[in-house]
Design a binder for this molecule. Structure first.
Ligand code: AFP
Length: 339
């Protein structure tokens, strides 16, 4: 990209303009998705501003609550969740919300309902907040057949049924990456304009990558194929150079780097987490959707990640009354990759 020319660019592709362009490809569209996305964008701007001020405003630190995964919630997690729930409900385009921070799915008041279900992690990577490392919001959007009669079962759809997904990374700059099923585009927040401007059009993951990304501290609990694969990254047997290891521990940042530079990001199942750690509905599905739209792959170790059918909104978590073997989950480890 020509940065000198960029300084003087006057014809800006804002995210709103881009989404409206996409909408015009569907003449039957009534603009509902455009409105929903504009509310998500507003939520991202709000959280970006809160993250930037976190140290100053003393928003870091514990809020004194524990979320459904038993993790201590940070103040910013709580705030971000409220921001997104409010933004999504007030869009008038959602009927069900699934949030990492809420034990139960939120069924929107019938008077305010629209046809979309949004699954989201309002602030992923929150253990990184206090040290200023990149964190992000992840979201995936489904269409619901009948908003008035929607049930939880309808929400538990395979990832391949999603119609749009994205993430917003709050890092050295604030970047929103979005796909509505027609490729992947990246937008950077221009703080002076308060607008997300397209900076990464039509992202395609490089076909070959030199980076592997995994929490190797879990290696003693991995199964043999995983351990062998990672060993090969370090000690290739085909004469190629070893891969570099990069791991941030914030999925948005690790996936963002993988999208731009190529390589593989994986969070394999291990003895501690036999079904893997990453949450299917608001981590694995949206990221897998983006990876595939960018020309990459995402798989569970047994099959395509987007083919999984969740049995619980917070899968994979142990549900005491349903034996794991009786559930329909298709796999037990996760990887997204370019080449
Ligand atoms: P937190 O939100 O608790 O920081 O978890 C982040 C996350 O779900 C995902 O963003 C990371 O890829 C993964 O966990 C990191 O997990 P480890 O700390 O076990 O490597």
């Amino acid at each position: 990209m020509d940065h000198a020319a960029d300084t003087f660019r006057t014809d800006l592709m804002t995210i709103t303009r881009h989404v409206l362009n996409e909408q015009s490809r569907h003449p039957e569209s009534r603009g509902d998705l455009t409105i929903l996305l504009s509310h998500i964008v507003l939520g991202c701007k709000f959280v970006a501003s809160a993250v930037n001020k976190a140290g100053l405003a003393k928003l870091t630190g514990l809020a004194g609550e524990t979320n459904v995964q038993g993790e201590e919630q940070k103040k910013l997690d709580v705030l971000s969740n409220e921001v997104f729930v409010n933004a999504l409900v007030s869009s008038g385009r959602t009927c069900v919300l699934v949030s990492e921070e809420d034990e139960k799915a939120t069924f929107v008041d019938p008077k305010l309902r629209g046809k979309y279900c949004v699954c989201f992690d309002p602030l992923d990577g929150s253990s990184n907040i206090d040290c200023g490392v990149s964190i992000g919001t992840i979201f995936g959007i489904y269409m619901i057949k009948n908003q008035d009669t929607v049930t939880l079962e309808e929400v538990l759809q395979p990832g391949k049924d999603m119609i749009a997904a994205g993430y917003c990374m709050y890092g050295s700059s604030c970047t929103l990456v979005l796909s509505t099923g027609n490729g992947v585009n990246g937008f950077t927040l221009d703080p002076s304009l308060g607008e997300f401007i397209m900076t990464h059009p039509d992202i395609k993951i490089p076909p070959k990558g030199k980076i592997y990304s995994v929490n190797e501290g879990n290696a003693k609990n991995w199964d043999t194929p995983t351990a062998k694969y990672v060993e090969k990254c370090k000690y290739p047997t085909d004469g190629s150079s070893p891969k570099s290891l990069r791991y941030i521990g914030s999925m948005v940042a690790d996936v963002h780097r993988t999208l731009l530079y190529g390589g593989i990001f994986l969070y394999p199942a291990d003895k501690k987490s036999p079904s893997g750690k990453l949450r299917v509905m608001y981590e694995v599905f949206p990221m897998s959707f983006l990876m595939e739209e960018a020309g990459g792959q995402s798989f569970t170790g047994k099959g395509r990640s987007l083919d999984l059918i969740p049995t619980d909104i917070h899968d994979p978590r142990e549900i005491p009354d349903i034996p794991r073997q009786q559930r329909q989950r298709g796999g037990d480890q996760g990887a997204v990759r370019g080449g």
